[in-house]
Design a protein around this ligand. Structure first.
Ligand code: ZN
Length: 157
């Protein structure tokens, strides 16, 4: 497969596609609302550059991503009343259950009333259900609009 063919199949490298999901960005990182949210606020942190592993990030990009996580997560949790709890999940490598090669870190806000309280492992199963759970853009757009206001988001792209 030619590199150009590969990038076509990678939704996180298609800037036009992800633009409508982005609600925060930094120099090297996009924060997207997940198209397959397992709970409200389920977001993804992705590097703007195509990499498949944390160790493929340049140090500057890795620091930028951690800074984005540290900035966004507390505000996201507050917005969704998540009471300081969240799951950070990354599936890296071909046997990890990943759905996309492009590095992406899930942030799942949690609270004591969410559907996973009695069955925490189900969260990881649901993260893999992906296409089945996919919502229509019009279903998640209101959440994205709310978060863009929270983060006073102005697209860089
Ligand atoms: Zn990519």
């Amino acid at each position: 497969m030619k590199p150009s063919d590969k990038s076509k199949k990678d939704p996180f490298c298609e800037k036009e596609n992800i633009r409508k999901q982005v609600y925060y960005e930094t120099k090297y990182t996009y924060v997207l609302y997940n198209l397959y949210p397992v709970v409200k606020g389920h977001s993804l942190f992705i590097p703007k550059r195509h990499v498949t592993n944390i160790n493929d990030l340049k140090l500057e990009e890795a620091v930028d991503m951690i800074k984005a996580i540290r900035y966004v997560v507390p505000r996201l949790l507050k917005f969704y009343h998540a009471d300081g709890s969240y799951n950070l999940v990354a599936q890296i490598g071909p046997y990890s259950g990943r759905s996309q090669e492009h590095l992406h870190i899930h942030v799942v806000p949690r609270n004591k009333f969410d559907i996973y309280q009695d069955y925490n492992d189900k969260l990881y199963i649901d993260l893999r259900k992906f296409e089945l759970n996919r919502l229509a853009m019009h279903e998640i757009s209101p959440e994205i609009e709310k978060l863009r206001k929270v983060f006073k988001y102005k697209p860089h792209m």
